[in-house]
Write a protein that binds this ligand. Structure first.
Ligand code: 15L
Length: 280
């Protein structure tokens, strides 16, 4: 156990789907929690937890909440594809406020990044975390920015962070794509605990997926955290194999339906638009 294990955890986005899971499981595991969200907390506040309703834009409140914590789980902000101006405030300015709060508190950040940072990679590619960002929308782009913010704050200020590129974290996978991207709630909870307990992590990037045989993803920094997933989507394959769309944009890319939103690229049918003759 490190000293960090004795300190409270700040959880942003506590009222969201994953925030509610983490509030429950971390409280059950005995952690002292500071919960915050712009929306009211819909559940009974667990023992050893306090909830503060606040906007990520409120830098002073975020800094106050972070003071004395060892780990900030940053799950707040916009969590689906939205127009640029809706993403900008929570996911860029709010993110900055969280990293500044972490710098002042000397806390480690665990960032809920997303597979949508790399969503335009084809499903036929197996990716390591060093792969190029290919965001599939403004939401994914904001998460790529968030990962780079972690890199900046590590190099410039020594703020540690773990960037968790979450796949599809749901009670159960829902379609054939999620046989590759599924992350169970229990694997997420165990991962977050390792992020809080691990010794030096520097800045680490991890694929947030269970042990799915059909995973799109390979090498990451999980060994540094001492985490490996215990669950898998594989048992759902017989039921979900045929659950696909008839849309080639959706089915070709790792990001699935997010790639289709506002898609106007006429080059569909060419395996990779970046490699069209005449384009650099
Ligand atoms: C995400 O990043 C979203 O937050 C979630 O709602 C799902 O769409 C998930 O990705 C996914 O790709 O399945």
């Amino acid at each position: 156990m490190t000293d960090r294990a004795m300190l409270p955890i700040l959880l942003t986005g506590a009222s969201g789907a994953l925030g509610r899971v983490l509030a429950r499981t971390l409280a059950e595991a005995g952690w002292t929690l500071r919960l915050t969200d712009i929306a009211p907390f819909p559940d009974p506040v667990p023992a050893h937890a306090a909830f503060t309703q606040a906007d990520l834009a409120d830098a002073g409140t975020m800094a106050g909440l972070a003071e004395g914590t060892g780990t900030i789980l940053h799950f707040g902000g916009v969590s689906v594809e939205r127009p640029f101006h809706e993403v900008l405030g929570p996911n860029i300015i709010g993110l900055y406020n969280i990293y500044e709060a972490a710098r002042l508190a000397r806390a480690r950040v665990v960032f809920a990044s997303s597979n949508h940072t790399i969503g335009f990679h084809p499903r036929s590619e197996r990716l390591d975390v060093g792969c190029a960002f290919r965001p599939d929308g403004y939401y994914g782009l904001s998460k790529a920015y968030g990962e780079l913010m972690g890199s900046l704050y590590w190099d410039k200020h020594g703020v540690e962070s773990v960037q968790v590129r979450i796949g599809s974290c749901l009670p159960a996978p829902k379609d054939a794509r999620m046989l590759s991207t599924y992350l169970s709630y229990d694997d997420l909870s165990r991962l977050v605990v390792r992020c809080a307990l691990a010794g030096e992590v520097g800045t680490a990037v991890v694929w947030g997926a269970s042990a799915n045989a059909r995973s799109f993803w390979g090498v990451d920094d999980r060994a540094r955290l001492g985490w490996s997933p215990q669950d898998s989507a594989d048992g759902f394959a017989p039921a979900l194999d045929g659950v696909v769309t008839d849309d080639p944009v959706v089915e070709r890319h790792q990001g699935g339906a997010y790639c289709r939103i506002e898609y106007t690229n006429r080059s569909l049918g060419v395996p990779d638009a970046r490699h069209r003759p005449g384009r650099t």
